[in-house]
Design a protein around this ligand. Structure first.
Ligand code: SF4
Ligand code: SF4
Length: 479
């Protein structure tokens, strides 16, 4: 509240704002508090919005193990890039950690079985993307027998960088913040590009989501062992764990850990709580004060961004030898009473997670995989939790807000908040009257699909939805 009041004063009356800043500065000096330790304002990016973070419902809830059901679904596509190739047959007996789907192509990933049992079908199944995708269906025998090849690889300190990258690739680790980009590719930048900064993304700026926050608090050792492994894999000079200012306690916990205290290359940073602070480019702008060039990658400025749960998964893949078969998922929203943070075996249908929280207490207006800003709406709960799904939200009409769309008033608010400096109002117009040439000139490809424009629009317009559809059309033309 105090910071909001300060912002209002600063913006409406700069002279008073400066006086307030000076008073705070002098006060802190008098109390012996360093500005470095207690900054007036946390670093951030330009633009963005401030939705209610709704994290209070689950932030205090420890991660609980969700029992896996009888029928598990493993899609061949759980990563950005190409789907993998199925390497088992119907009738095969499979074990926990056994390879089911082998990476296929340059950008692809392995996917493994998270239970033991029998392959009962290999067929198209409804997928979080909304289409049917070839999937391996396994009947869980509930014995959880581990595949014979699963063995610890030792401590990352004793492995070479090539061995670490190979372990990450074999384990099928992808970005668990939502993008699901294969991590071993991120760790292998194009020749001539050197990674100096590893940024561990604990911003978790999407409302309702608390899975990364709980991993920071509860799996601190694994997170820090993962940081050490990533530092070695790319020979970087620093690894910075970043959280928003609403998760300062998680950063404090990390700083108390002996692994953190022994490794001077591991650092922490706190950034302003603002959406979409967790966007790769927005995070790099806030932490490194460097901008990724348009159309470029973090590697272009010597950085790689890795999600919190992904970093912990890197550690597990090395210290236990177990591939990526679980992830933490927040189940929340106004339409579920017993909200939870679950450790979910990949392949568990959404319906089973919903049943585990006691089902719906109200008719959900929307069920989302992911957060309310960027999540994907689903129309059936017979969809598996895949590696990129960090939340299942069942939102009521009150959560979603009643939307009566009117004409654009040209208020310009969407332009003010766009973190990519785009012109959402004009892009929206050319999306409605589809004009690929104009949309390319307006740099539609740079849109990170954060939804800030949709959130802020007083006319309840939805530029994000039209941008997503237009991007798909443009990509289809190019194929
Ligand atoms: S145009 Fe794209 S990047 Fe800009 S606010 Fe809208 S969704 Fe976000
Ligand atoms: S915020 Fe909405 S009404 Fe305002 S300019 Fe953008 S699209 Fe138009």
């Amino acid at each position: 509240m105090a910071s909001i009041l300060y912002e209002v004063v600063r913006l409406t009356c700069p002279q008073v704002g400066i006086c307030v800043s000076l008073l705070i500065f002098v006060g802190r000096k008098a109390m012996g508090i360093s500005l470095l330790h207690l900054p007036l304002r946390f670093p951030t990016f330009t633009g963005g919005v401030h939705p209610d973070d709704n994290k209070r419902h689950t932030a205090h809830l420890k991660i609980e193990e969700l029992s896996a059901p009888k029928k598990m679904i493993f899609p061949t596509l759980q990563n950005a890039g190409a789907p993998g190739e199925v390497v088992v047959e119907v009738g095969d007996s499979v074990k926990v950690g056994q390879l089911l789907i082998k990476q296929c192509g340059i950008i692809s990933a392995n996917h493994h079985c998270s239970v033991s049992g029998t392959v009962i079908a290999i067929e198209p199944h409804l997928h979080p993307c909304g289409s049917h995708v070839k999937s391996v269906i396994v009947e869980n025998d509930e014995k959880y027998e581990v595949f014979r090849n699963i063995k610890p690889l030792g401590h990352p300190e004793n492995l070479t960088k090539e061995e670490i990258i190979k372990a990450v690739s074999n384990a099928g680790i992808v970005g668990m913040g939502g993008a699901a980009f294969p991590t071993h590719i991120k760790l292998s930048p194009p020749s001539g590009k050197k990674i100096n900064h590893i940024i561990i993304n604990g911003a978790e700026c999407e409302p309702f989501l608390t899975s990364d926050y709980r991993v920071m608090l509860e799996d601190t050792d694994e997170l820090l062992i993962g940081c050490g492994a990533l530092l070695k894999a790319v020979d970087a000079s620093e690894c910075i764990i970043v959280a928003e200012s609403n998760k300062k306690d998680a950063i404090a916990k990390i700083k108390q850990n002996p692994i953190y205290q022994k490794n001077e290359k591991i650092k922490t940073a706190i950034v302003k709580t603002k959406y979409p602070q967790g966007g790769e480019k927005q995070l790099l702008s806030a932490v490194l004060k460097k901008e990724v060039p348009p159309g470029g990658l973090p590697a272009d400025i010597g950085a790689v961004v890795v999600n919190i749960d992904t970093c912990a998964a890197v550690a597990r893949s090395i210290t236990t030898g177990m591939p990526l078969i679980t992830r933490v998922v927040t189940v929340s929203g106004g339409a579920v009473a017993n909200k939870r943070n679950f450790k979910v075996r990949i392949g568990t249908p959404v319906a089973d997670a919903i049943n585990a929280v006691g089902g719906f207490t109200a008719e959900p207006a929307k069920i989302l995989l992911g957060g309310p800003m960027m999540g994907v709406a689903i129309h059936s709960t017979d969809i598996p939790v895949t590696k990129g799904v960090g939340a299942i939200l069942a939102l009521t009409e009150k959560d979603v807000g009643i939307k009566v769309t009117t004409n654009c008033t040209q208020c310009g608010k969407c332009v003010d908040v766009c973190p990519m400096n785009l012109m959402p109002t004009i892009i929206d117009r050319y999306c409605e009257n589809f004009d690929a040439e104009m949309l390319e000139k307006l740099n539609i490809a740079d849109c990170i699909e954060c939804g800030s424009c949709t959130f802020i629009c007083p006319a309840r317009r939805d530029p994000l939805q039209r941008i997503r559809t237009a991007k798909k059309k443009i990509n289809a033309f190019k194929k």
